[in-house]
Design a protein around this ligand. Sequence first.
Ligand SMILES: [Mg+2]
Ligand SMILES: [Zn+2]
Length: 183
Amino acid sequence: MKLKNRAVFVDRDGVLNEEVDYLSKVEDLKLISGSGEAVARLRAKGFKVIVISNQSAVARGRLSLSGLEIITRALRRELKRENPKSRLDAVYYCPHHPDFGKPCSCRKPEIGLIKKAQKKFNLDLRSSYFVGDSSADILAAHRAGCAPLLVKTGKGGKDGIYKAKPKKIFKNLLEASRWILKQ
Ligand SMILES: [Mg+2]
Ligand SMILES: [Zn+2]
């Protein structure tokens, strides 16, 4: 049997880049310092690094899918600028919002996107991690069976929408990645 891979799932806004209200302009993309370094280190140790992000700006009509693609390219570029070995294995978005269409199974805290990644990358979710800044991230991690790690950047877990406890709390993604690599 083929050995399973481990992943570090990361939220995008407030974890890799600064949280802004509905990021829709590439000029507003600002990397949180250390993100590129963190991604490079995790990948060097064999983790798949996979972005799982709710982008309801699309459902709200504030951002097109091609606009979202432009931001993704810019994000990858910024990460590489910080560390050339920094590479995201995959970027998954939920473009939906229940107020602007039907409920979906991919908007966190639903785990549709995590399941999709699990299939594609043959992941062992029990030995994977999810680094996020919102309660939806933490709840999604619990539901998927990965270790929920909260960062104090972005919303810092203070949105209060869902009740879910992280396993650990870190200053930022770089600190979270240092801890993951010691496990
Ligand atoms: Mg976030
Ligand atoms: Zn969705």
